[in-house]
Design a protein around this ligand. Structure first.
Ligand code: ATP
Length: 322
């Protein structure tokens, strides 16, 4: 549904985004991560058609965004980092204006405004001037305008920025509900948000995409913890003969129990190797007390990707994660 190819944006001599390539399938919720200044907003602005790329292409539903800008923009909902300010307009007037920009008119426009007002729970402030709204309300108005016209792609730049914990939970529930009918790409600094919402993460660093991976795959590391009644040498020998096992670290061996960390090679399905380990141990008459894939801590993985590793190391993470 969205395909980005060699996307680049320069501001004068400074390159804010470079060689950005990714595709997003229908119905995915993708988190765009990165430190301040990594280039997230720049990419989101280009995806929503509000900033022209210096090079590269964006295809939305098979059409080049640049060639069908107006038509495609009406199918894209965009929550910018900060809402364009129309302080004197009431919420109702602003939504009316935003709906017109989306090409909505008459009865359809009224129905759509009602729908997004309900979805974002802002009916109580419809007549209030935008200038008088709290940060949380303004953010909800921003999401409301993004939802107008039932966009098939929603681009949300830090949707929970500035919200209190209660509002944050409400916003996440809203995004989950929206994602039932639309594809969502959202930027955030908050790892819990990624955990709570996203199927996949894209991470930017200094204008480049350094990680593109499914969250479930990122969580699985290629190591397992195994505990058995076999003695150290016997366990090492038995596990070492299994295809897909690369190395074994004995963690502990005493009182008829040995604990080991089993490192798997790059190839091979983790679940299948798990099954082979269980089958081999039990088949050899050993007791299997524990067989557990180790999970990766996302915070530390992201810190690693974002730290000042040489870029070829980051590339490796990107390749491994893909
Ligand atoms: P944040 O998390 O702080 O919002 P970001 O990842 O969204 O950061 P961008 O806003 O895309 O980052 O900015 C990327 C880089 O481009 C930054 O160094 C920023 O200073 C620079 N930049 C952004 N807009 C402009 C502009 N209009 N002119 C010059 N430089 C800009």
């Amino acid at each position: 549904m969205l395909k980005v190819s060699k996307l680049k944006r320069a501001y004068g001599d400074f390159i804010a985004a470079d060689a950005v390539d990714f595709s997003i399938a229908k119905g995915e919720i993708v988190g765009l991560l990165g430190h301040n200044g990594a280039g997230k907003t720049t990419v989101m602005k280009m995806l929503s058609g509000y900033l022209e790329p210096s090079a590269g292409q964006i295809y939305f539903e098979g059409k080049l965004l640049a060639d069908h800008l107006k038509m495609l923009q009406q199918k894209i909902g965009y929550l910018p980092e900060s809402l364009p300010v129309y302080p004197e307009l009431s919420v109702a007037e602003y939504l009316d204006y935003a709906a017109e920009l989306k090409g909505l008119r008459g009865f359809e426009k009224q129905q759509e405004i009602k729908r997004v007002v309900n979805a974002t729970d802002i009916a109580a402030k419809l007549l209030a001037p935008i200038a008088t709204l709290s940060r949380g309300y303004k953010q909800r108005v921003g999401v409301a305008q993004a939802l107008l016209g039932k966009p098939r792609l929603l681009i949300l730049d830090e949707p929970t920025n500035g919200l209190d914990p209660q509002q944050t939970l409400q916003m996440r529930a809203l995004i989950r509900a929206i994602a039932k009918d639309a594809t969502v790409i959202l930027s955030t600094h908050i790892m819990q948000e990624v955990d709570a919402l996203c199927d996949r993460v894209l991470m930017m660093r200094a204008g480049q995409l350094v990680l593109d991976a499914k969250l479930a795959e990122l969580r699985i590391s290629r190591s397992l913890l195994v505990t058995s009644n076999l003695a150290m040498d016997a366990l090492q020998q038995t596990l070492g003969a299994i295809t897909g096992v690369k190395a074994i670290d004995i963690l502990d061996s005493q009182a008829g129990e040995t604990r080991a960390r089993v490192h798997l090679g790059e190839a091979g399905d983790v679940k299948a190797i798990n099954a082979a380990i269980a089958k081999t141990l039990v088949g050899n008459g050993a007791q299997l007390y524990q067989l557990q894939p180790e999970t990766r801590d996302l915070e530390s993985l992201f810190r690693e990707v974002n730290s000042n590793l040489p870029s070829n190391n980051n590339k490796k993470v990107l390749e491994n994660a893909a």
